[in-house]
Design a binder for this molecule. Structure first.
Ligand code: KG4
Ligand code: ZN
Length: 369
């Protein structure tokens, strides 16, 4: 079964074709990072306009790169939640229209759940030596096999920090989630404070390579539910430490702090923040591992690209974790198409004439009845 996956929930316009929920045939991602960089974050209206401009070419390229015509496609899967409303509307309208004119079943996909399914891609197909989507040929090795259930998933992205226990496809329990800022959001905000470019995750990771992770002592939050996350306090503590380091107090404009830092201090802040943020994630993953004895552990979302996170998990968990390649950790259509396959086994397609986006939808509400 070949599924076309369409993703447009935030600042990536993406489409991909995946066969049988495991074989990647194409993966096309148009990122808007350069557009939003100048604003230091994603501007929703600008994002939606950019999606409109590129969605059709991105979808067409995904089909061409997969060596598919519409006759070869069995179904369409599209992100309908959560995300920016204008961005979600562009992808879902494209998917609904294509489902109607090509008479294909349409499946509605939860973006955060889909991040986990990047880990189910274990093979690459596509059309021989021809170009098969940006980056596909350069992917790092794929996992050697699909994850086993029960599966513990640590989902860490720009908008989500979730620990989820999957008993089967569509049968999961949300153990904990962020109470305020998501971990990726904290990376992005701290990067801004210390003067590193957007997106903050990769730039903090890079700066941290040359910094001292123990230079500044930053706090880990303590919460009633040990699986919940809170990163807002860590972000504020970093801001206060930067103010103290530069001899300022809270009245000093925070957007002017960065220019007072030299490179050594900036790198030390990046490394100290990253150390505390990553340690927090690993502490909770380790506790869940011991409490629930999962058969496999997967990491998903943009922050899963973080090498320090991978290193600490390797050190502290007594099982080998296989990772999806970085291009499949950040937003992409392949994860949408992959989850679409498993949804199609258990659920009816949605009505393309009567189908709405849901900008805000926690994973608690989505296990597939
Ligand atoms: O999953 P994603 O592409 O989009 C969302 O659904 O949010 O995640 C984007 C987030 C951003 O906050 C970005 O700063 C973060 O992932 N990120 C990283 C790294 N690469 C991307 N965070 C830490 N280390 C990285 N190497
Ligand atoms: Zn995402």
């Amino acid at each position: 079964m070949k599924i076309l996956g369409i993703e447009s929930s935030c600042d990536e316009t993406a489409a991909a074709v995946v066969e049988d929920g495991r074989r990647l045939l194409s993966n096309v991602v148009h990122t808007q990072i350069d557009i939003h960089k100048q604003y230091g974050g994603v501007v929703p209206e600008v994002a939606a306009r950019s999606h409109i401009e590129v969605i059709n070419p991105v979808i067409n390229k995904a089909l061409t790169d997969a060596g598919c015509t519409w006759d070869d496609i069995d179904a369409i899967a599209v992100t309908y939640a959560p995300g920016l409303i204008g961005s979600l509307l562009v992808g879902t309208l494209a998917a609904r229209t294509l489902a109607i004119i090509h008479n294909k079943p349409l499946y509605a996909i939860h973006h955060v759940e889909a991040h986990v399914y990047a880990n189910f891609i274990t093979e690459i197909g596509g059309v021989g030596d021809s170009e098969i989507g940006n980056g596909l040929k350069k992917l790092a090795p794929l996992p050697s096999s699909q994850p086993l259930f029960p599966m513990l998933a640590l989902i860490v992205s720009g908008n989500h920090s979730n620990l989820v226990l999957f008993r089967d496809h569509g049968d999961y329990e949300l153990l904990g989630q962020t109470q305020d800022d998501a971990v990726g959001e904290a990376f992005d905000k701290v990067a801004k404070i210390i003067g590193l470019p957007y997106p903050g995750g990769p730039s903090i990771a890079k700066a941290a390579e040359n910094g001292d992770p123990h230079k500044y002592k930053l706090p880990k939050s303590k919460l009633d539910n040990p699986y919940n996350f809170s990163f807002s306090g860590l972000k504020t503590a970093t801001l206060r430490a930067v103010q103290a380091q530069t001899g300022n107090d809270y009245t000093f404009p925070s957007h002017q702090l960065a220019e007072l830092l030299d490179d050594v201090t900036r790198n030390d802040f990046a490394a100290s923040f990253q150390q505390t943020a990553i340690e927090t994630l690993v502490d909770k993953a380790e506790k869940a591992f011991h409490d629930f004895s999962p058969a496999s552990v997967v990491i998903a979302g943009g922050v899963a690209a973080n090498q320090e996170l991978r290193r600490q998990l390797r050190e502290r968990l007594p099982l080998d974790i296989e990772y999806a390649p970085m291009q499949l950790c950040t937003d992409n259509g392949a994860m949408i198409a992959t989850l679409g396959y498993y949804v199609a086994q258990k659920k009816d397609p949605v009505d393309p004439y009567d189908f709405e986006v849901t900008p805000s939808l926690s994973m608690t509400k989505t296990p597939w009845a």
